[in-house]
Design a protein around this ligand. Structure first.
Ligand code: GTP
Ligand code: SPV
Ligand code: MN
Length: 571
């Protein structure tokens, strides 16, 4: 492969390894990392612990660039740099950046190999941590390489931690660089990522390819690449429906996707927890696949109470990053148990006790675990044709206003729900936490093109003969004056899902409000969560108007009309 030679000549690694994706390869790399202390073997079967540099702990949105010929193609919510200019900068950054390191070439597939919806990628990286994570998160190795060699198109990702090693220099445990750049080239399907080794910054198959680059492919080819979980819901009569749900980072996708239903007879099964690729088939049914092969899930808050399935998922063959380490070689994080262990080593490597005034685990600490270990994996999780989606859910983290659940009256109003998604920021991205921000479709950090064009794309999906899914919005995160959550969440969320299920079946009534349909009653629901704060909503509409004005005349008129209608209905 010529480009491998070119990248080698630019980055000057000591050695090049073409990865085969085998168990032996995984073992060899983890053993090497344990020897050089960048990984610790845990007492859990096949599991490891990694600790990052304290400055490299989350996605870095400020450093993400989309490089297109025309600035208008990326729109006001993305950072734009002209492709030639960015290439020049990248060549400077990457020149000699892998000195003293091994360059790994990772061929991989997003989606079941051979599925009509699968797409291929090659990630070139100097981070062994990235290689072992890609082993879990994607279908990597020989089979993917075969498809690429047979002529399948692929997304090329070049990644470096940006810390060359001089002769004889001893490596740090988590190499990275203050200067970070994550540059996307949709036209040539290339991603260049420099300076960070963590999560979405470095595992290029995930946000960079499966969302940013894939969203531009989806726009061009008439499908959807979304920041969504996919779950199956079965009612006591054995009827099953699939839902896709879009919540911003660290707002509940993994938990909903694996939820242990609190309602007897109702069951949830998991297809995916973060990304959905969806396409209408010839019968007009929306089909969805999970392009990933692993979960990169938030650790804090995960417990036998909140998410017992995730606890079983991570019993073995899991990589833990930035959680706390227990004295007996296991892991712990805030929320895992009611009482913390008497002594721990925290995510920074310092001794920790319950008296410490710091967090033992970083709020964005994560587990990387294989999809097929999920105890509630859906029986069609690997169906190459995808599962049929009947409901789409948008949800944010909002301590006020947004009711527990609302159903859109039609597709357009549903698109407005997505476009108007607003949520409090979380530790998944660098920056302040708890600040309300617009995050349309939970895609603000992940849409690879002009968000206004993305809204139009969503509107254009509604066509005669298509079975359009019902659209809902939810909010599990309303708080009372003391800052306590008003809704129990987790397994109790099934009550809301049940209402949606029965609305799709047209079996339950609803209150007809200007903002959409609301439940008449919902057993055990807090009444306050199901009332419409009219004045609050009118104010919210003003803020949405202001936000949408950012997109100027690119903003689809239909959505503005939908907003006008809602305002009229509330006045
Ligand atoms: P990303 O992987 O960053 O995209 O996050 P995610 O959307 O998958 O979020 P996840 O399910 O990991 O949840 C993030 C945090 O929110 C965790 O600490 C959870 O414990 C918490 N959480 C999830 N669901 C609920 C809920 O229904 N109620 C409450 N109160 N908290 C929840
Ligand atoms: C998110 O931030 O939405 C994640 C984690 O799923 S990361 O892979 O780091 O993007
Ligand atoms: Mn995510």
């Amino acid at each position: 492969m010529k480009f491998v030679e070119e990248i080698k000549a630019l980055c000057l690694p000591d050695k090049v390894v073409i990865c085969d994706g085998s168990v032996e390869e995984f073992q060899k790399i983890t053993e090497m990392m344990c020897r050089n202390k960048s990984l610790i073997r845990l007492k859990r079967e096949g599991s490891f612990y990694a600790r990052t540099d304290p400055d490299d702990v989350a996605r870095n949105e400020e450093c993400v660039f989309i490089c297109t010929d025309d600035e208008d193609d990326v729109g006001p919510t993305n950072h734009w740099v002209a492709p030639q200019e960015m290439k020049k900068r990248l060549h400077q950054l990457f020149r000699g950046c892998m000195k003293g390191r091994t360059m790994y070439v990772i061929p991989y597939s997003m989606g079941v190999i051979g599925s009509p919806m699968a797409k291929y990628g090659i990630e070139i990286t100097d981070s062994p941590y990235v290689v072992i994570n890609m082993h879990i998160m994607t279908r990597m190795g020989v089979a993917a390489l075969n498809e690429i060699e047979k002529g399948a198109k692929f997304c090329l990702g070049v990644h470096s931690v940006g810390r060359p090693l001089e002769e004889g220099e001893v490596d740090v445990f988590w190499p990275c660089c203050d200067e970070k750049v994550i540059a996307h080239f949709p036209k040539t399907k290339e991603v260049w990522s420099f300076g960070s080794g963590y999560g979405g910054n470095a595992l290029i198959g995930k946000k960079c390819f499966a969302l940013r680059i894939a969203s531009t492919m989806a726009r061009d080819e008439g499908w959807m690449a979304e920041h969504m979980l996919i779950m199956g819901v079965t009612n006591p009569q054995g009827v099953k429906k699939y839902f896709a749900a879009s919540f911003p980072s660290s707002c509940g996708k993994t938990n909903l996707a694996m939820m242990k239903s609190s309602l007897p007879g109702w069951d949830v099964t998991c297809v995916g927890d973060d990304i959905a690729w969806m396409k209408f088939d010839e019968e007009g049914v929306l089909r969805a696949i999970n392009p990933e092969n692993g979960f990169f899930g938030v650790a804090p808050g995960t417990s036998l109470k909140t998410n017992p399935s995730a606890m079983r998922l991570i019993e073995k063959n899991t990589i833990f990053t930035n959680v706390a380490l227990s004295d007996d070689g296991d892991v712990w994080w805030e929320g895992m148990t009611e009482k913390p262990p008497a002594s721990l080593t925290d995510w920074r490597g310092n001794p920790w006790t319950p008296e410490s005034h710091t967090l033992a685990a970083h709020p964005n600490s994560r587990f990387t675990a294989p999809v097929d270990q999920c105890p509630v994996l859906d029986d069609r999780a690997f169906d190459p044709e995808g599962v049929p989606i009947e409901g789409i859910i948008f949800g944010g983290r909002r301590s006020t206003l947004q009711p527990l659940v609302v159903q859109a009256k039609n597709w357009q109003q549903g698109v407005l729900f997505g476009a108007g998604l607003t949520s409090e920021t979380t530790a998944a991205a660098k920056g302040a936490v708890g600040q309300l921000r617009h995050d349309p479709f939970a895609m603000l950090p992940f849409c690879g093109y002009n968000m206004a064009h993305y809204f139009s794309h969503w509107l254009s999906l509604e066509k005669p003969g298509r079975k359009m899914p019902q659209i809902f919005s939810v909010n599990w995160f309303r708080k009372d004056r003391e800052g306590k959550f008003l809704w129990p969440g987790f397994g109790e969320n099934i009550r809301v899902i049940k209402w949606m299920f029965e609305r799709i079946e047209e079996k339950v009534p609803a209150k007809d409000e200007a903002i959409g349909y609301l439940p008449v009653t919902l057993d055990t629901a807090v009444e306050k969560l199901l009332t419409v704060d009219r004045l609050g909503y009118l104010d919210n509409i003003q803020q949405e108007r202001e936000y949408f004005s950012l997109f100027g005349d690119q903003m689809p008129k239909e959505l503005m009309r939908e907003l006008d209608e809602m305002e009229k209905g509330l006045s």
